[in-house]
Design a protein around this ligand. Structure first.
Ligand code: GTP
Length: 318
């Protein structure tokens, strides 16, 4: 079976970090987001098609050096074609039931179960659905009694939302869906789904966790969730006060306080008396003595000054 991962967005909400690191390669608890997504695919998926555009070379370089155990085909779009256009652009690889997913979510969804459900329902597509309290920031999905999708609402006002189920960005499709995706820039959610309702689009609810990693807040919330689930072992760094759960990868730390919910990537330097919590410090970043970093993402090789206070920020070199 093949899976298409949409990994070509600009990631504007994570700028300035995404000027130099594409969102799929941002490390989420020690592994690039895209690698976590690939690992979540069922064993039956032998080929992963990465639909890329923005910073394609960085993704190609990554998979050249660090293969992921499955065949990875990287397909470029000359410019981002939208979620539908990106799937259409890889149509020549798709001739049987396939999985498609956004490249920036983590979840407990069992895709094997979802593929089974899709086959039982017999529609043109199945969309994973996640229940939320306030659906106003999402694509809302309305179902009939048989879990068949009958309508969509894009980011409705909270009081006007017709359900509390949102599109979680994971799909199983029959190849026929490709006939309904037009040429050029196309949104699968807004333009294609409403058009194919008559051919059977079904919802697949799941429980557990679901998080999109598109903003600083949601990325760091996803990091906290993965840290909670994986609880990495404490570092063997002398003089470091380490508050679990956190991850430290061969960094140089001097009498600093790290955690909870902090990830320090390899080669980072944390100065004496510094405090880091609820944050990601990427490779080679340097935190000056006495500084404090909370709720923030510090990009590769970025320097935070002595005694500087950083809160709720994304800081990166351009
Ligand atoms: P923002 O600019 O911050 O909204 O981020 P984004 O560009 O990633 O957009 P969004 O979060 O809406 O995208 C959801 C998923 O679809 C992400 O995994 C994107 O990489 C992917 N995606 C969005 N647009 C495109 C596109 O035009 N082409 C491809 N190949 N993937 C896309």
């Amino acid at each position: 079976m093949k899976a298409v991962i949409l990994a070509g967005g600009l990631g504007t909400r994570l700028r300035p970090l995404t000027y130099t690191v594409p969102k799929p390669l941002i490390p989420l608890v020690g592994k690039p987001l895209i690698v976590r997504m690939i690992e979540s695919l069922p064993q039956s998926v032998d080929t992963v098609i990465l639909a890329v555009s923005y910073m394609r070379e960085a993704l190609e370089d990554h998979f050249r050096v660090q293969p992921c155990g499955r065949k990875v085909i990287i397909v470029n779009e000359p410019s981002p074609m939208g979620t539908g256009g990106a799937i259409k652009n890889v149509a020549h690889h798709l001739d049987e039931t396939f999985i498609a997913m956004n490249g920036d979510c983590i979840s407990s969804l069992d895709l094997r179960e979802m593929v089974k459900r899709h086959r039982e329902c017999g529609g043109i597509g199945t969309i994973a659905l996640w229940q939320v309290e306030d659906p106003s920031a999402f694509g809302v999905v309305q179902l009939d009694r048989n879990e068949r999708i009958i309508d969509f609402q894009e980011k409705p006002k909270r009081e006007e939302a017709r359900s509390d189920l949102i599109n979680a960005g994971y799909y199983v499709f029959e190849p026929e869906i490709l006939d309904y995706i037009g040429k050029g820039q196309v949104s699968i959610e807004r333009e294609v789904f409403p058009r194919v309702l008559g051919y059977g689009l079904f919802g697949h609810r799941f429980t557990g966790h679901w998080m999109d990693c598109g903003t600083r807040e949601t990325f760091l919330a996803a990091q906290a969730k993965v840290l909670e689930l994986e609880s990495p072992p404490p570092p063997s760094q002398e003089g470091c006060c380490f508050l679990s759960p956190s991850l430290v990868r061969s960094a140089n730390i001097r009498s600093a306080t790290v955690g909870p919910n902090a990830c320090i990537e390899a080669g980072a330097v944390i100065g004496e008396g510094a405090e880091v919590s609820g944050s990601l410090v990427m490779r080679g970043a340097c935190l000056g003595p006495g500084c404090s970093v909370r709720g923030s993402i510090i990009g590769p090789n970025y320097k935070v000054g002595k005694d500087e206070k950083v809160e709720d920020s994304v800081l990166a070199n351009r």
